[in-house]
Ligand binder design. Structure first.
Ligand SMILES: NC(=O)c1ccc[n+]([C@@H]2O[C@H](COP(=O)([O-])OP(=O)(O)OC[C@H]3O[C@@H](n4cnc5c(N)ncnc54)[C@H](OP(=O)(O)O)[C@@H]3O)[C@@H](O)[C@H]2O)c1
Length: 250
């Protein structure tokens, strides 16, 4: 990753933080997106303390202006973009009959429209820079394989990211842009800490409650980002082996 520039959205905690940290450890100049400025500064300081380079650009992915500012800051600081990771996202569960249009629109804006806007801005840069091209990695979910109960907004947006990745892969061939998607199962993150109270990755009370470390998922993103530009690890599903999922109908 040395000499390469990467934007990671949602880098203030969890999987995004782990990806940004892993990219920086391999020599990338990393741009950190997310709303919580103090958390971005914490991640940036940790990267710097380990000898890496990072730039924190606080912003909300639901705002087109904030996304434009993220890309403008990246170009101003580093002058090119090699990898975009569309990682920012929220989980949301509610019966459909209780979902307001506002609630739906908010999930779509955070999980899907953000990836459209960021990918659009990335492609404008990747298409015209020299050397041309780059990679766009999006964070799907095991919910793209099999849904959790009453998670329509989450499941639908993660399916849509699969479609976005397909289309970006097809069209990106014309200008060296390679798109991939990662579908993680249970991973320790800000989200899992808030909802399950878990504070450590690894074994839980039962084998089914094993939670992956965010660093496990980051290894996949790093592999996707560092393959030869002619090669695409298009899709990766990574999950605890004992996790009940589409692999188990029992
Ligand atoms: N953990 C899992 O088990 C799991 C499994 C499958 C998929 N995923 C996916 O992994 C991705 C990362 O989630 P996580 O599990 O690592 O949870 P997390 O620790 O809560 O991270 C979510 C990240 O998204 C950012 N974000 C959320 N809304 C945003 C907004 N409006 N504008 C800018 N940034 C925003 C958050 O930053 P701020 O709060 O600072 O804005 C945070 O950095 C998500 O796309 C999630 O769907 C997670």
């Amino acid at each position: 990753m040395t000499g390469r520039v990467a934007i990671v959205t949602g880098a203030s905690s969890g999987i995004g933080e782990a990806i940004a940290t892993a990219f920086a450890a391999e020599g990338a100049q990393v741009v950190l997106g997310g709303r919580r400025a103090e958390e971005l500064e914490r991640v940036k300081s940790a990267i710097a303390a380990a000898g890496g380079t990072a730039l924190a650009v606080p912003g909300d992915v639901r705002s087109e202006n904030d996304i434009l500012a993220l890309f403008a800051a990246t170009m101003q600081a580093y002058g090119r973009l090699d990898v975009l990771v569309n990682n920012a996202g929220v989980t949301a569960a509610k019966p459909i009959e209780e979902m307001s249009l506002e609630y739906w629109n908010d999930i779509v804006a955070t999980n899907l429209t953000s990836a459209f806007l960021a990918s659009r801005e990335a492609i404008k840069i990747m298409k015209t820079q020299d050397p041309q091209g780059g990679r766009i990695i999006s964070m799907g979910s095991i919910s793209q394989k099999t849904p959790r109960p009453e998670s329509l907004g989450y499941t639908a947006t993660k399916h849509a990211l699969q479609g976005l990745t397909h289309q970006l892969t097809r069209d990106g061939r014309n200008y060296g842009v390679v798109a991939s998607i990662i579908h993680p199962g249970s991973t320790l993150s800000g989200f899992t800490m808030r909802t399950s109270g878990r504070t450590k990755a690894g074994a839980g009370a039962t084998p089914q409650q094993y939670v992956m470390a965010a660093q496990d998922v980051a290894r996949i993103a790093l592999l996707m980002a560092t393959l030869p530009p002619e090669v695409n690890l298009f899709e990766a599903t990574i999950l605890p082996n004992q996790m009940r999922s589409f692999i188990d109908r029992g």
